[in-house]
Design a protein around this ligand. Structure first.
Ligand code: LLP
Length: 432
């Protein structure tokens, strides 16, 4: 579900008019709904209640400090992939003992920081990484908690750029190698083999790939858990969301309509996976990113120009691919709606940014209500991998971010001041 609705013809986030936020904070502007985040967190948490489980929010999806703080308050742990994410999670109030450190490229400095901070576990992606963690732990006179990421070689039926669990991908260790790796790792004195992890891909809209992967690794996990006294099995993230409104009722019947459309819901996820996982007797970790925050965000943008060519109707807006790269990068669909509901004929439109790239578009040939200069549009379901993947390309400052809860709204990230774009740069004296 999401919390962006029309009230008397104007788009609201919960009980706050988006137009008023655009007026107060300017555009492009990211707006997040606390209620949607809370709802998604609770829905998943409740679905998994029959298991001893813990949600570790994948903060790469959205790492705004206020959102991390909000999630920590709900009881979330954090899945993180860099020293920056670790320190940011701590700054937001997260307990490192509720953080797992993933990623194929952990540096010695990152491993050291995570060990000193008392991380719950490293999710290890290669044998050289195990050796490195053991070495750093020995130097610090610590025991490093680790879980090896198994690559089960299962096709997640999702976009090629977000599939991670096949042998084409750089992630994890091949299924066939895992027992040998654990046997060798058990001889490394400064490691504690705490569990095992997998993650097969992102934006999964079917339960079958999860089921196949769990079924495939289950006998392996059972053997290893007994041999090494595991605490946990992490089944990763990847739960998909609805991007296409044709499938989304937006009402309280949301989950029902989703299930009826054959789309993966926490209830379906739980119904298929709990019977497989419960007999293990291990703590089950999940690492959702998109599912928790994806539908909770909108990007508000102002129409700068409408440019009609013989072939196209270009709606040129003040947000661009530097603010939201998903359409350019994955050809992803984001619903685009006006802040003021309009009647009248829809026009086939390309909504584009002002960046000098043909890939800088938010939609192509989409039927949208007619807009003119000065109108505002909202791009929906951009709470995950939206701001998180923003850049300063074309020297465009980062957008501002606002968090809404009921009738309250707060600026949770200021718009980047333009002079900070070059604040870290220097001109060497030898350039005349
Ligand atoms: N765990 C691991 C190890 C991951 O690599 C990821 C995402 C997650 C959890 C969270 O996955 P989620 O629940 O959000 O699907 N930028 C892309 C998505 C990249 C996902 C990378 N890994 C996009 O905009 O679609």
């Amino acid at each position: 579900m999401h919390s962006f609705r029309y009230q008397r013809g104007k788009l609201y986030c919960e009980e706050v008019s988006i137009e008023s936020l655009a007026e107060e904070f300017g555009t492009p502007l990211y707006i997040y709904s606390h209620h949607t985040i809370d709802h998604h967190f609770r829905t998943l948490n409740q679905a998994l209640a029959p298991l001893d489980h813990q949600i570790f929010f994948a903060m790469k999806a959205n790492s705004n400090l206020a959102i991390l703080h909000d999630l920590a308050g709900m009881g979330s742990g954090f899945d993180l992939v860099s020293r920056g994410e670790l320190l940011k999670a701590i700054a937001a109030g997260a307990d490192p003992a509720r953080c797992v450190f993933a990623g194929v490229g952990k540096t010695e400095a990152e491993i050291e920081e995570a060990l000193r901070r008392g991380i719950y576990s490293f999710n290890v992606e290669s044998e050289p990484e195990l050796t490195r963690i053991n070495k750093v732990a020995a130097r610090l006179k610590k025991i490093a908690p680790v879980a090896v990421r198994v690559n089960p070689n299962i096709d997640a039926h999702t976009h090629a750029k977000i599939t991670t669990g096949t042998y084409e991908n750089k992630f994890g260790i091949e299924f066939e190698q895992i027992e040998g790796i654990y046997a060798r790792a058990s001889k490394l004195k400064n490691l504690r083999l705490r569990g095992i992890q997998m993650h097969i891909g992102s934006q999964l809209t079917e339960v079958e790939p999860f089921e196949l992967a769990v079924k495939k690794v289950l006998p392996l996990v059972t053997r290893l858990a007994a041999r090494h006294q595991f605490d946990f099995f992490s089944i990763g993230g990847g739960l998909g969301i609805i991007y296409n409104p044709a499938l989304a009722s937006g009402s309280s019947a949301w989950w029902k309509s989703k299930a009826a459309a054959g789309i993966l819901t926490p209830a379906i996820f739980a119904a298929k996976l709990i019977p497989l996982l419960k007999p293990l007797g291990l703590k089950i970790l999940v690492e959702p990113g998109r599912f928790i925050v994806g539908n909770a965000g909108a990007l508000v943008t102002r129409v700068e120009y409408v440019k009609q060519t013989g072939k196209k109707n270009f709606v040129i807006v003040d947000a661009a691919m530097n603010d939201l790269i998903r359409p350019a990068f994955y050809d992803s669909f984001h619903e685009i709606v006006p802040l003021r509901q309009r009647r009248g004929k829809a026009v086939s439109s390309d909504v584009v940014g002002g960046i000098c790239e043909s890939g800088d578009y938010f939609c192509k040939d989409r039927l949208l209500s007619k807009v003119s200069e000065g109108d505002h549009l909202a791009l929906l379901s951009v709470g995950a991998y939206g701001f998180a993947m923003a850049s300063n390309y074309n020297s465009r400052p980062f957008a501002a971010e606002v968090l809404v809860s009921g009738t309250k709204a707060a600026l949770v990230r200021e718009r980047q001041p333009v002079d900070s774009l070059w604040a870290l740069e220097k001109i060497p004296a030898w350039i005349k």
